[in-house]
Design a protein. Structure first.
Length: 449
């Protein structure tokens, strides 16, 4: 007869929660002794045995037994081997249901803090790029068509803002994860006078769960983490797409460092932006992790069901994927070289100054809609003649309006950017102020949120 026991085994992946599991068990034993539920001697033995197990796991000398199915039973079994019968008292007033819930919440909180720190590092890299090229004007795009000139720094700060929102989402997730479920038992609470507030303080939680049934069955915080990770990866995917486009010969805006490009097996000239492409591709993987957990949870009745064992692999995968993406971008962005001559030249080419020329006519008294129509006609004429607006002779302008004078040629990419001098605009003064505000945000955050 076939052995299907491996189908229920989770030790291959839940073992990475060992630090949190041991921390939870130590706090639980301490609380049990404080409440007189077990003796101080037993609690001391349990703590000593758990410390030994933690060291064994760190040193990779711990033997994981798949027959014991999960992390919790492996640690408990080894504790029995080390300290004997006192180990059997550790599980008093506790279930694996609330035990795994506290482990996963502790791990999620730590992961969020690490991710927020990584996002600050990426923001710092973007800020450094923006500072390095803060006076450079480049083409801005809509529909992937050249639209209006913008400062390169303004473009980089757009991603700074995206990642700032991501940090806010992770902050919100951290707040809702910061709830201590231990003491909920299997589903109904426990028949002992435990001190859950003490446990929360020992484990660094700000509050305790209010309903035992909800506490053991809640995985909203994991869903929320995966949702925040998905949005964050989407932002990295958008940035990656621009790096892929900008590094192509057709754009020629940037050059990525050699360590973040790869060659072709048959085309020696190739410098493929593989790291950016992989970040773009891995975004779908994180989306899949989110959809997987939502699908797992959608039909579960209260309270704990074994389906919830499937909450971890996707979570770990998404957390690892995002963490490595953060590492890559913190390293890749500082080495990115901007082709200043290329982007500056293109910023004033084609018909990118058409809106400014319409505004020029408005400034001389023409209604905007009329000015818009004139510039649309002029732009089409330039496209037909394969000439830029700035190369168009004055007499061609004046065929459509006598309001055009020699000063029309004073309108440049630089003057276009400077004219957008309102809050959130791309004018140099506004961008300089935004750079200073971004610096303050990073300084205030330090190593935290």
């Amino acid at each position: 007869m076939a052995d299907y026991s491996r189908y229920t085994v989770s030790i291959d992946y839940d073992r990475r929660l060992y630090k949190q599991d041991i921390a939870g068990s130590m706090a639980h034993a301490k609380m049990l002794a404080k409440q007189g539920i077990i003796s101080q001697e037993d609690a001391a033995q349990i703590a000593e045995g758990l410390a030994t197990i933690e060291q064994e796991i760190k040193e990779e000398s711990f033997t994981w037994d798949p027959d014991l199915e999960d992390l919790h039973m492996n640690i408990e079994s080894r504790l029995h081997q080390i300290i004997g019968s006192a180990a059997g008292r550790l599980h008093t007033a506790r279930s694996r249901n609330d035990q795994v819930a506290v482990d996963l919440r502790l791990y999620t909180k730590e992961t969020i803090v690490a991710i927020a720190k990584g996002l600050r590092g990426v923001q710092g890299a973007l800020l450094e790029l923006a500072e390095r090229h803060k006076s450079v004007v480049m083409p801005g795009y809509t529909h992937l068509q050249r639209a209006q000139p913008v400062l390169f720094a303004h473009h980089m700060l757009a991603y700074f803002e995206m990642f700032q929102r991501d940090i806010g989402r992770f902050q919100d997730c951290h707040r809702r994860t910061d709830v201590m479920p231990l003491g909920s038992g299997a589903l109904a609470g426990v028949a002992y006078q435990t001190d859950r507030e003490f446990l929360a303080a020992e484990l660094g939680f700000s509050r305790i769960s209010a309903n035992s049934m909800d506490a053991v069955s809640d995985r909203d915080f994991v869903v929320e983490f995966l949702a925040a990770a998905s949005v964050c990866m989407m932002h990295f995917s958008r940035l990656s797409e621009e790096l892929v486009l900008w590094s192509s010969s057709e754009f020629g805006f940037i050059r990525l460092a050699d360590e973040f490009t790869t060659g072709s097996s048959i085309m020696p000239q190739k410098r493929n932006p593989d790291f950016a492409e992989l970040a773009r591709g891995k975004t779908g993987r994180v989306y899949g992790d989110l959809m997987g957990l939502l699908t797992t949870l959608k039909g579960l009745p209260l309270t704990y069901n074994r389906d919830m064992q499937e909450d971890k692999e996707g979570f770990f995968d998404a957390a690892d994927t995002l963490a490595t993406t953060l590492d890559v971008f913190q390293a890749m962005l500082p080495g990115m070289k901007l082709n200043v001559d290329r982007v500056s030249a293109l910023a004033g080419e084609s018909q990118m100054l058409a809106t400014d020329l319409a505004d020029y006519l408005v400034g001389k008294g023409m209604p905007f809609r009329e000015a818009h129509g004139i510039m649309r006609e002029l732009s089409r004429h330039c496209e037909d003649q394969n000439i830029s607006l700035q190369k168009l002779p004055l007499e061609e302008y004046q065929k459509l309006s006598n309001l055009f004078q020699q000063d029309v040629f004073d309108i440049t990419a630089q003057s276009s950017a400077a004219a957008r001098d309102n809050p959130g605009g791309t004018a140099p003064g506004r961008v300089a102020a935004a750079l200073e505000e971004a610096k303050k945000i990073l300084e205030a955050a330090g190593d935290g949120f």
